[in-house]
Design a protein around this ligand. Structure first.
Ligand SMILES: [Zn+2]
Length: 218
C-alpha cells in the first residue's frame, strides 16, 4: 500500500486483548498516532518528517488503535523494504541518490536512510545522523568542497545508521572508502582555517532519541 493511501478497517466483534500501542517501528522510527473525529471508517499511514504517522478514527478503542497501528506500520515497513525509498518526498534529490550509491558501493547497501538533506543551521558539525530515525543532515558548508570530501561525510553519517558510536566496528565500515584519511585531514584543515562557525571535529546529533553515546577519543 503506498503511503497516503487509505484502507477501510473491518469491525471486530470479539473483545480484543488490549496490547500496548507500539511507539516505534521495528527499525526504530517513531510512531505518531493521530485521532480524527472527522475520520469515520478509514485508517491512513505514511512516513512524514521522519515519523510513521498513523491516522485513525477518533472513536477507535485502545485495542483497535493498537491492532491498526501494528497492521499499518507492518505495511509501511513492507513497502519500505520493497522500494528502499521510505520517503520519496525527502529522497527525490541528488543527495539521496548519492547516499544510495555510496551505501551500495561501500556498505553493501546496508544503510538505508529515511531522509538525507542539506541544512544551513549546522554551524559546528559537518554532518549528523540520527540512527533511531534514519535521518542524515549535511551542513551546506560542505558545498563547494571536493566531491570525495562530501562523499566521505555522507558515508560517515551513513555508517552511523549501522553503528551509532565511533567504535572500531564503525571505522571498519569506512575502511573500503579510499579517501577517508585525506578527507578527515581536509576537513580538519578547513575547520582550522575557519576562525568562526566550525568547531572542527565531526559532531553527531545528540538528540533524545539517540541511545548511543560518543565514546572518548572519537
Ligand atoms: Zn561520526
Amino acid at each position: 500500500m503506498p503511503p497516503g493511501e487509505s484502507t477501510r478497517p473491518v469491525q471486530h466483534r470479539r473483545p480484543p486483548a488490549a496490547a500496548p500501542v507500539p511507539s516505534v517501528t521495528s527499525s526504530g522510527i517513531p510512531i505518531e498516532v493521530r485521532r480524527s473525529a472527522k475520520r469515520r471508517r478509514t485508517v491512513n499511514a505514511a512516513f512524514r518528517d521522519g515519523k510513521a504517522v498513523i491516522s485513525i478514527p477518533g472513536h477507535f478503542t485502545t485495542a483497535e488503535e493498537s491492532e491498526w497501528v501494528q497492521r499499518m506500520v507492518a505495511r509501511l515497513e513492507q513497502r519500505t523494504a520493497q522500494t528502499r525509498r521510505p520517503d520519496p518526498k525527502n529522497l527525490g534529490d541528488e543527495l539521496a541518490a548519492r547516499a544510495a550509491e555510496l551505501s551500495r558501493s561501500y556498505l553493501g547497501g546496508a544503510a538505508r536512510p529515511v531522509s538525507v538533506r542539506w541544512v544551513s543551521n549546522q554551524n559546528s558539525r559537518w554532518g549528523s545522523a540520527t540512527p533511531a530515525r534514519g535521518t542524515i543532515r549535511l551542513s551546506d558548508k560542505l558545498q563547494g568542497m571536493p566531491g570525495w570530501v562530501v562523499d566521505y561525510v555522507l558515508l560517515h553519517e551513513l555508517a552511523h545508521l549501522i553503528e551509532a558510536s565511533h567504535s572500531p566496528a564503525f571505522w571498519r565500515l569506512l575502511e573500503s572508502y579510499p579517501h577517508t584519511e585525506t578527507a578527515k585531514a581536509y576537513l580538519q584543515g578547513a575547520a582550522y582555517a575557519s576562525a568562526r562557525g566550525l568547531a572542527g571535529a565531526m559532531g553527531e546529533d545528540q538528540g533524545a532519541e539517540d541511545t548511543d553515546e560518543e565514546g572518548p577519543g572519537s
